[in-house]
Design a protein around this ligand. Structure first.
Ligand SMILES: Nc1nc2c(ncn2[C@@H]2O[C@H](COP(=O)(O)OP(=O)(O)O)[C@@H](O)[C@H]2O)c(=O)[nH]1
Ligand SMILES: [Mg+2]
Ligand SMILES: [Zn+2]
Length: 358
């Protein structure tokens, strides 16, 4: 099966080969509400809902389709029913705000994530926020690119300084200073948007994500969300994001501004984002050194020598604590969920046995 719309690739094609049901159609999710999904395929746009079977078998809310997902749906008389979500190539996710440890997938199958920041006289520029976003994006599998928007508000010397500061926390990651207003730097951003690529924008509110998307798309974009009658009634679709298709075949997702990006990541991703700490750790005296006061700690040594910055170390410590606590909460939750599933199953078996012996 070949699907003539953008973003489909061998990762999904291979999954398709495992599916023998000819009555199902492939589509990509453009925007996701709690129960209504806008989807696109060769035949155009339509709306779909979740099938009862899908809801029944979904283990958690994060299994539900989000913007960027590939799905299989059944066209019924008056409704399209989503039966399945393809395994995601990449995810952009966080832990839900509040006291939970539930995971919220914001968008899926993003190849390139533009981590957007603003240089409003530097007020909003923050290395620690950039580190947090890089960690989240890399852990989800997308390739991060750092954008420093609103360069029109800075002198060229200031821009060089900010770029250097961003680079100090983003070693192998491209940093682009640009302006949605003046157009400076836009061609470099556009060079990422080739046919078949799915790119997305994330970052705090007000940094200019929407302005940048408007600047690159101009009138070129099919404002897919706008044709939804639901939007005219003002239903908000911001919980996950919105996907736009450029005429050259690139796809762009505008994700909602996040007030809080609670991390869901593993230790390996943390090491990737803080390579200098991971590298120094190899020479610590103890294999399980936590770099928090043990004798013979090479990380501490490097900090004293000024080879690892104290800010970076403190940031690493804070992020590590955060992901450790979350992972612990999640594994405890997983255990207790399994326990209640086992209990429910035992009850069913007991009742079944009782009734068959009657
Ligand atoms: N000076 C300047 N202002 C910008 C630029 N990009 C966006 N803005 C302004 O910043 C504000 C927030 O932009 P918006 O795109 O809504 O941010 P979003 O919340 O990240 O989507 C708006 O008032 C924009 O006009 C820029 O490159 N330069
Ligand atoms: Mg916006
Ligand atoms: Zn150590």
């Amino acid at each position: 099966m070949s699907i003539n719309i953008c973003g489909w690739n061998s990762f999904f094609e291979e999954q398709m080969l495992q599916i023998s049901d000819e009555s199902l159609n492939v589509a990509r999710v453009i925007s996701a509400d709690t129960s209504v999904f806008s989807i696109i395929n060769e035949d155009g746009f339509c709306e779909a809902r979740l099938s009862g079977r899908f809801v029944c078998f979904a283990q958690e809310k994060s299994d539900y389709p989000v913007t960027g997902d590939w799905v299989l749906f059944r066209a019924c008389d008056d409704m399209n029913l989503i039966e399945r979500v393809f395994e995601r190539k990449t995810v952009f996710q966080r832990i839900n705000a509040g006291k939970t440890s539930d995971r919220q997938v914001i968008a899926a199958n993003i190849d390139i994530m533009f981590i957007t920041n603003a240089l409003e006289g530097g007020r909003d520029f923050n290395e620690r926020s950039i580190e947090r976003y890089i960690l989240s994006v890399m852990d989800g599998g997308a390739k991060p690119v750092i954008l420093l928007n609103k360069s029109d508000l800075c002198t060229s010397d200031q821009i060089i300084q900010y770029k250097g500061r961003a680079k100090s926390v983003a070693k192998d990651i491209n940093v682009i200073a640009l302006s949605a207003l003046s157009g400076e730097g836009l061609p470099e951003l556009q060079s990422y948007l080739v046919g078949g690529v799915t790119a997305a924008f994330t970052g705090p509110s007000g940094v200019g994500k929407s302005a940048l998307i408007n600047a690159i798309t101009g009138n070129d974009v099919q404002k897919t969300g706008n044709i939804r009658s639901d939007d005219k009634r003002g239903r908000h679709t911001t919980s996950s994001g919105k996907l736009y298709q450029l005429q050259n075949g690139a796809m762009i997702i505008d994700t909602p501004g996040l007030r809080e990006l609670r991390l869901l990541a593993d230790q390996d991703s943390l090491e990737e984002v803080f390579p200098e700490i991971a590298e120094a750790a190899i020479s610590c005296k103890f294999k399980d050194c936590t770099h928090n006061g043990e004798p013979g700690c090479n990380v501490m040594q490097k900090i004293e020598e000024g080879k690892i910055s104290l800010e970076r170390y403190n940031s690493w410590l804070k992020l590590k604590k955060e992901i450790d606590v979350t992972n612990m909460m999640r594994s405890e939750k997983g255990r207790s969920q399994k326990k209640s599933r086992d209990k429910a199953l035992a009850k069913i078996i007991r009742e079944h046995n009782r009734s068959s012996f009657k």
